[in-house]
Design a protein around this ligand. Sequence first.
Ligand SMILES: [Zn+2]
Ligand SMILES: [Zn+2]
Length: 161
Amino acid sequence: MEIDLRDLPDGASELDLELDAASFSLAKEDVELEGPLHVHLHLDRRADEIWIRGNAEGKARQECSRCLADYGQNLDLEFDVFCAKVQNPNVVSHKAVDEEDGGIHLHDGRTLSIDGEIREAVILGLPMKPLCREACAGLCPRCGEDLNQGPCRCGDAAEGK
Ligand SMILES: [Zn+2]
Ligand SMILES: [Zn+2]
């Protein structure tokens, strides 16, 4: 996904995008999305410096860490990108250069792509311990039955956990 800088006015503007995973090169092996990612960008442009604050909402396919069922994890992401024009476009083009102070995204003055930042926000936005629901009862440690479906055959194990 590219933002055409020739169309981007100076000052504040907003942009709404619906992105499918392929449009920002999100590999299925990393995260599988259910439906598009809804991205809302606030852009603040001062000549070649552009500050982008973004929100993104979507759903990612995840496996519950307790009951191992697949479910759709709601994503509610925020990201922040500061973009400046690269000094010599022949050296670096369309490439984020991470600097010590958090990373400045460089553009070539014509187009700007923040695919990498969106991808990163999605991956970092996934929970460390995915849960299909807060109160997921998980699997019985003894018989392995899904306790969300009701008590298992060992009975007591369901209570005590
Ligand atoms: Zn679960
Ligand atoms: Zn059991």
